[in-house]
Design a protein around this ligand. Structure first.
Ligand code: FES
Length: 108
């Protein structure tokens, strides 16, 4: 079952900015682009580099290691939807901003 957590004002990056968020053993990156928040897993699926220092190009972040670009909304590599980083929904409500984390996978 997924879990929703409230983000504090200190955790939220300013418009055009980014922040690192460590939660439940994961390292997430929060981006604030054109008034909207986006959260992705920090870890390039190519060779695992951190995307935290990657150049932001509109809705894409470019991996600083080899230059692959990932869409902040879908997590997909540009033009290659099979290769992606995890994305985490963020909702802005009247009483705050919330991040939704996936639940544990159940063993089959
Ligand atoms: S590790 Fe990210 S593009 Fe190679």
């Amino acid at each position: 079952m997924s879990r929703r957590m409230a983000l504090t004002a200190e955790q939220l990056p300013p418009d055009g900015g980014r922040a690192i968020l460590r939660v439940d053993g994961r390292c997430l990156l929060l981006f604030h682009v054109d008034g909207a928040y986006h959260a992705i897993e920090d870890g390039c699926p190519h060779q695992g580099s951190s995307l935290a220092g990657g150049k932001l190009e509109g809705m894409y972040v470019r991996c600083p290691a080899h230059g692959l670009r990932f869409h902040l909304g879908t997590g997909c590599l540009a033009n290659v939807p099979e290769m992606k980083v995890a994305v985490y929904p963020i909702t802005v409500e009247a009483d705050g901003v919330y991040l939704t984390l996936p639940g544990e996978e159940s063993a089959a």
